[in-house]
Structure formats: C-alpha cells, structure tokens
Write a protein that binds this ligand. Structure first.
Ligand SMILES: *Cc1c(COP(=O)(O)O)cnc(C)c1O
Length: 425
C-alpha cells in the first residue's frame, strides 16, 4: 500500500516511510492510496475467524509486502493479547470495553502495533531508533508500555511534573530499561516545545535516528479499526448498530469510519465530545472555527482542533458521501458527564470513566430521536484511571491502590539544558 500526503497528493511514500516519518511534510497527514474492501466470501467466514486471523486480515492490505506474513501475524497477535468484550447494559445499549490492555485505555492497541512495526523496520541497524514523546498523561503510558522491551527501540518521554495522576505516573515509570520518562519542571506545552526543539537540533539529528510516536502516525491510527471488527463479530442482531465514540483528536472515530467503508455494517457514527465542541459546531453551521481548548474531566478529549478530522473528510470525499449521513456530533458538559456516570452506576451497577460517559450520553440522546436504534459505545478507558473524579460523586467509591510515593522519578528543567542532558549521551 502506498500513502499520500493529504495536503499534497503528489507526495507518495511506502508504508515503512509513512511510519518512520510520522507526519507528512508541512504538518500534513498520510492517507492510504486505496480503501481495501473485503469480498462477500470473506464476510461469509467473518464470524468463524479467531481474533488474530481477523486482525491479520484487517491489517495486511495496509502493510502489503513490506512485512512478511509470519512476522505481521506475530505483530498483530502481540498487539491484541487481551480481551475486547462487548457487554450489554440494556436492550438498546451495548459497551465495547477497550480498556483491558496494559495501560487500561484503547491507545494500547495503536502503541503496541506501532512499536512492533518500528522494531521490524530497524532490524538490520545496529543503532537503536529513539522515539521521543511529550505526554499529558494517557498517551505516554500507552507508548511506554507498547515499546517496553521492544528490541532496537529506545523511548524518551517528557511529562509535566505534578500534572499527571499517580496512576499515570506509575505507568510511565515502571517499565523496561529501554524506556526513560522524565518529569519536566513545567507544563505539557513546555514538554512539547522540548520535543520540537530536539527534533530541530541538527547535531542531535546526526547522532541519533529519531522519530515521534504521535497519534497521527498511520501505525497508530490504522490498527484502531481492529476493535470495530472484533465488536461486530460479537454482534448478534440483524440490524447494524449506531456506534458512539468519545472523541478528542478524532483518530478513533476516523478508524471506525474507515472500517465501515471496507464493508463493516454500521448504521451511523456519533462523535461524542466534551465542551471542546469544534466539530459539533461545524456540523451544525458549516463553519470550522477552533476556539481555545477548555480543560474538562474527560481530559484526553480536550482538543479543540482535532488533527484526524481531515481523515474523515478524505474518506467521505472519495465516495461522495454527505458527512451528515454517516456522522453526527454532540458536545456534553462536565455536569452532564457526571450525571451520566451516576445514572449508569445506579441503573446498571456499571461504573464508567468520564470519557465513556460522554459516549453514553450521546448514544442515549440519539435514541430519543431514533427509538429503534441499538447502539454500541466505545469504553475508551478503565474507570480506575479517573478515580479522583469518580470518588467525588455521591454513591461511588473506587479504590486506586497505586502508591503515591514514587522513588525513581527523575526531574529535569523545562529548558534546552533539560533535553540536552537527556538526549546527548
Ligand atoms: C485519547 C482518548 C480519547 C480520544 O480519542 P481520539 O482518537 O483522540 O478521538 C478518548 N478517551 C480516552 C480515554 C483517551 O485516552
């Protein structure tokens, strides 16, 4: 499969180049040159396939001949070596739990797939590749674990000191020796600036082979299709479901729409957003206007200018499908999110994290208008990751046992001196 840059379709690269580059030139995104669809005979066997066969079939066309069959089979097997169950809460409401991976959020899937692809592409080099990441919490953990112990890859993570939860800091620090995480005396923006400065440093570029594990990398984006297929394998109804996706940077939902274009039966997608409502407003009035980012309790969705939204537009423009037919989007306040958590806990004795709660609120709203619709909500994180928010709610108690005292934290200044001390070795 070839990949082109959305900003400049004449810029075409291989799967390997797209993975190694991460971003296309001029901050653009890579996009597959074709949408591979499945044949009717493949669908006849769909329910009989085991998870690993299915995962291989979903990913293979995007990788092509660039990774040998046996190795790609191993990559997808180790990517999803945890269950992805579909649970029923009521006759109309289903949840697919994406949080059974090592860092308890869906980002494990993309991070694990990407790390293994990188390791394969670096197999003949004696120099390790350095993956540099700035994180506000969730991404760093998934990347740290996804790359932990992966040969030929070294990971350096910058996170803002005191601004990630104890649970998240544990995930960053308790990993293998090829992963180093540093607490920066500053904000998440400082961390991002340091990463950018390091990438712009000519001398460092000559010393090290460096890449980023940014969420727009196709090796993180494409494997997110997997759980849509795995959820539909467990779907036992004639009618296709509506799928509600808690959305921030819109990578997850864009992968769902890609899966749908390959033939997966889905009635409609709902992008469930928090107060960062650029896309809901755009669908309403056709004006794309990103406002200042608003901090919320579903903080992994605090994105006001979602990078992957353009991938959805690219997918639809190919088939000439009007956006409103396949996608609706709605925004929910923190107050409504909290109410939804309490309500779902009371009615179903099922505790959800704030991101998943936004998804449920949107699915319920949609059902008010379309009563016959059955919906699947993507549960994007385990509630324990957000125990601080949940324990403030009446009637809810969730025990986060992660130890507050972390002994191996390394603190660096938010400056050139900070990243140079870490990266020049
Ligand atoms: C990253 C994240 C999201 C948002 O996913 P996008 O692909 O950026 O839309 C939602 N929920 C959780 C828990 C996340 O970590």
């Amino acid at each position: 499969m070839k990949y082109y840059s959305i900003a400049d379709p004449s810029h075409v690269v291989s799967f390997e180049q797209a993975v190694m580059n991460g971003q296309a030139p001029g901050r653009s995104l890579y996009f597959p040159a074709a949408i591979p669809v499945f044949t009717p005979s493949w669908w006849l066997d769909f329910h009989k396939k085991n998870a690993h066969e299915l995962a291989y079939d979903v990913m293979q066309p995007f990788v092509g001949e660039e990774i040998p069959e046996q190795i790609l089979r191993e990559i997808v097997q180790t990517t999803i070596d945890f269950p992805i169950p579909l649970k029923q809460l009521s006759d109309k409401l289903f949840i697919v739990e994406l949080f059974h991976g090592p860092t308890l959020a869906f980002k494990d899937v993309g991070a694990r797939f990407m790390s293994r692809c990188l390791s394969y592409f670096r197999r003949n080099s004696d120099k390790p590749i350095t993956v540099l990441v700035a994180t506000s919490g969730d991404t760093g953990g998934a990347v740290a674990h996804g790359f932990s112990g992966v040969p030929g890859v070294e990971v350096v993570i910058f996170y803002p000191k005191g601004k990630v939860s104890p649970f998240q800091e544990h995930q960053l620090l308790t990993t293998a020796s090829n992963v180093r995480a540093y607490a920066v005396e500053g904000s998440f923006d400082d961390c991002q600036q340091m990463v950018k400065a390091a990438f712009a440093d000519q001398q460092l570029q000559q010393q090290k082979v460096m890449t980023s594990a940014n969420s727009i990398n196709i090796a993180r984006w494409l494997p997110q299709q997997l759980y849509y297929f795995l959820a539909m394998q467990q779907w036992q109804y004639q009618d296709a479901p509506v799928i509600s996706v808690p959305s921030g940077n819109f990578g997850n939902i864009a992968a769902g729409i890609l899966a749908h274009q390959r033939g997966l039966p889905v009635e409609h997608f709902i992008a469930a957003c928090n107060s960062n409502d650029t896309v809901p407003r755009y669908l309403e009035d056709g004006v794309y206007q990103a406002n200042q980012t608003i901090p919320t309790i579903s903080n992994a969705m605090d994105v006001s200018d979602p990078s992957n939204f353009i991938r959805i537009l690219s997918l639809l423009s190919r088939k000439d499908i009007p956006l409103a037919q396949i996608l609706s989007a709605k925004s929910y306040s923190d107050e409504l999110t909290r109410e939804t958590i309490i309500q779902i806990n009371d009615e179903h004795q099922y505790l959800v994290d704030p991101h998943t709660a936004v998804g449920i609120a949107a699915a319920k709203d949609y059902q008010l208008a379309k009563q016959e619709a059955k919906s699947i909500v993507l549960a994007t994180a385990h509630p324990i990751k957000f125990s601080t928010v949940l324990n403030e709610l009446p009637g809810i108690m969730i025990n986060d046992t992660s130890d507050e005292t972390i002994l191996n934290r390394i603190v660096i200044p938010a400056s050139e001196e900070g990243w140079k001390q870490v990266l020049y070795t």
